[in-house]
Design a protein around this ligand. Structure first.
Ligand SMILES: [Zn+2]
Length: 271
């Protein structure tokens, strides 16, 4: 068919259909979590995938401005070609507080399920099951339960943000837990690594957090020159992420057992 004006609606319909067939979901707990998988987002874009980012909490921890955090993440993702209409802050929409996702598992799951209904997902990326932040683990579990029900567990990949594995006082950033299985490395050039790290400039409201995280992230990315992904074993959400005290157990009153009980309840209700 020649490229005429008459052909445009057809092309548009094909394009829309392709979008439906090839969506990649990035599931996050908080605005700025995307920092930890920027090359993966970019890689999916280069595959021609329709990238959709969903945030499960409102990001309003400690009185933070929810609107400001949303705007910061939109600006960060805009650099990587993610359309604003493909960024969904469902935690802010339905009122899931930052830090308390484990108490809103059913609401987060059902809202996410509705949001995904019109997407044909081919890959799903989510925070690792690593005991770093209670919301990251809850987000992981919600994604695993959703994909299990959709028969999509093969499509799941997890990326590490931070955890307290084998650290008594500090923490590790972007380091995959051995218990989560084999690692796939996504290599990045020095220029790309610096660009990814520079994305932190879009999060001025979080400067205190990034003051602590960025040096470790930079050390990890510049030294290894790669980002790591792991497949997801759906049975892992029945286990402690790693032996010993978890990072969120050190920093908050939330215990892994609390999350495990609430997850068990959700799974029972969905059966
Ligand atoms: Zn986070």
């Amino acid at each position: 068919m020649p490229w005429t004006l008459d052909a445009l609606p057809v092309i548009s319909r094909i394009s829309m259909l392709t979008k439906q067939l090839m969506s990649t979901l990035f599931l996050f707990a908080h605005p700025d979590d995307e920092f930890f998988c920027l090359p993966i987002i970019q890689r999916e874009q280069s595959f021609g995938s329709h990238v959709v980012c969903v945030y499960l909490t409102d990001g309003g921890y400690n009185g933070q401005s929810i609107e400001r955090r949303k705007a910061e993440t939109i600006a960060a993702l805009d650099n990587y070609g993610v359309n604003t209409e493909d960024i969904h802050f469902i935690g802010a929409e339905v009122g899931i507080p930052d830090g308390e996702l484990h108490k809103y598992l059913e609401l987060a799951h059902s809202t996410l399920e509705t949001k995904c209904k019109n997407l044909s997902l081919q890959r799903v990326f989510l925070p690792a099951w690593e005991g770093g932040h209670q919301d990251h683990d809850a987000c992981h579990a919600i994604g695993v339960i959703l994909c299990s029900n959709l028969g999509l567990t093969y499509a799941l990949r997890q990326f590490s943000l931070y955890n307290g594995y084998q650290c008594r006082y500090l923490f590790k950033v972007m380091r995959a837990l051995p218990n989560n299985g084999p690692v796939e490395r996504v290599n990045v050039s020095l220029g790309s690594a610096l660009r990814y790290l520079g994305t932190v400039r879009h999060y001025p409201s979080q400067w205190k957090t990034w003051l602590g995280l960025l040096p470790f992230a930079a050390l990890q990315v510049l030294r290894s020159r790669n980002y790591v992904l792991q497949m997801v074993n759906v049975d892992r959400i029945k286990e402690r992420p790693h032996p010993g005290m978890l990072l969120y157990e050190r920093r908050t009153s939330v215990r892994h057992e609390d999350i495990a009980t609430l997850l068990g309840n959700l799974q029972d209700r969905l059966r």
